[in-house]
Design a protein around this ligand. Structure first.
Ligand code: SF4
Length: 429
């Protein structure tokens, strides 16, 4: 059987990932390394010998979900060894060790050592929180996440990431170019550049993001997407490069977080609302069909009803394509933990609902503005029933009738209609 190797039964390892794209990318790399050692990777919903759970603690809700996943693993196989890694584990290892079934915890600095623990090499050398572990996701051949940067030096007052992931650091350009070529050789068509604060790329190699993008553009036949980038770090040069080089998707995610200067200041963000407005206008002027997404936190301590109204009106007049709304969650380590006055839960909920409705409106009107236009689309690696789904370069999920050979290919498509469930139909040109 496939579980037997050299006469010994292969240990079965199951993974589960919570949180950000970086966590997914890192889980993917750890799982690849473990597979390389000869272990068998199984579905998380089946009995396994080891359950490896990569955790998040960005909000209380995220922590709760992680604990539920641990309980689920324990229920599936009480004999299994559960290893908890990632941000939750970095900050609250003792709390996690109390949960039945938890065998080991690894923080962000040493989680890549679990490969040694599982393969019983027993040399989990503790490493430095500021070391950079390169990672990329694989498995889905269509697109892959490439980690270019880790950590953050910004210390926004609501955020614990600088405490759990350390300071900003990165892999040098030369190394990332090699990894990008390896990913391309596996048949991947698009690479999404990820990190914690990717605009800050270059801190440990004396390089910068624009330089990295220029070098990546020298690799033919592969497309790139820049994920979330801080507004103050999205330079004219980068916007220009995306405008002029078709290998870069016209898609930016620039986290705003608050719609008033008062709250931005309390959050310790590095720009004003007028700067952000100008940035959005600059992008739209350069690349009219560009998708611009943002993040917004509602219910930050001190946010009044007037602040909320101002935020709503401000967002309403911006040319945004989508808004991700987050409810403020008080995190012990973050500076905002002690900030007052706190906003009541039910008020946060109401404000969140209001912005979410606005987000839906913005998203729909962006899609409507793209109808009848012709866009480059990357189709997924598999079809579902008689349909196949794809993503346009400007981040619109589209669907069309399946035809053989469309999987994992780029095609020019025309967006034809939006159906009831907001599915966008397209035809191949
Ligand atoms: S930029 Fe701010 S929100 Fe983003 S990781 Fe750094 S401290 Fe956190």
């Amino acid at each position: 059987a496939s579980n037997i190797r050299n006469g010994a039964i292969r240990k079965k390892i199951a993974f589960f990932t919570h949180g950000c794209k970086l966590n997914y990318t890192e889980t993917s790399t750890i799982s690849r390394k473990i597979k390389h050692e000869g272990y068998s990777i199984v579905d998380f919903n089946t009995p396994a010998d080891y359950y490896i759970i990569n955790t998040c603690m960005v909000t209380e809700k995220a922590e709760r979900k992680c604990r539920q996943t641990i309980k689920k693993a324990y229920k599936q196989n009480p004999e299994a060894k559960i290893i908890v890694i990632g941000c939750y584990s970095e900050l609250k290892a003792n709390e996690l060790k109390e949960i039945p079934g938890v065998f080991l915890t690894f923080g962000n600095s040493d989680k890549f050592n679990i490969v040694n623990v599982i393969s019983e090499k027993n040399d989990p050398k503790p490493d430095n929180a500021n070391e950079f572990h390169s990672s990329y996701s694989a498995g889905d051949r269509t697109r892959s996440f490439l980690k270019i940067q880790d950590g953050c030096n910004y210390f926004c007052s609501y955020c614990t990431i600088p405490y759990v992931r350390g300071r900003s650091r990165n892999a040098p350009i030369a190394q990332l170019i090699e990894t990008a070529k390896t990913i391309k050789a596996q048949g991947v068509k698009e690479i999404i550049l990820t990190g914690i604060n990717i605009g800050d790329y270059g801190k440990s190699s004396n390089e910068n993001l624009h330089k990295l993008l220029m070098e990546l553009a020298n690799i033919d036949d592969i497309y790139f997407r820049i994920s979330s980038i801080e507004p103050n770090l999205l330079t004219h040069e980068i916007i220009d490069l995306v405008k002029n080089n078709k290998q870069f998707s016209p898609h930016f995610h620039i986290p705003l977080q608050a719609g008033t200067d008062k709250i931005l200041k309390r959050m310790n963000r590095k720009y004003s609302i007028s700067f952000f407005r100008d940035k959005v206008s600059e992008i739209k002027k350069a690349i009219p069909d560009c998708f611009i997404g943002t993040d917004l936190i509602v219910g930050f301590p001190g946010e009044t009803e007037d602040d909320y109204t101002e935020t709503y009106n401000y967002l309403n007049q911006l040319e945004l394509s989508d808004i991700h709304v987050f409810s403020f969650s008080s995190r012990e380590m973050a500076k905002a933990y002690t900030m007052e006055p706190k906003v009541k839960g039910e008020i946060i909920k109401k404000r969140s609902d209001g912005i979410q409705l606005l987000a839906q409106k913005k998203h729909l009107s962006f899609i409507q503005s793209q109808l009848n236009k012709t866009k480059l689309c990357l189709f997924e690696k598999s079809a579902k029933n008689k349909y196949i789904y794809g993503l346009t370069d400007n981040y619109i999920k589209v669907v069309t009738n399946y035809k053989e050979g469309l999987e994992n290919t780029h095609q020019m498509v025309q967006l034809t209609s939006i159906e009831n469930n907001n599915e966008v139909f397209c035809k191949i040109i």
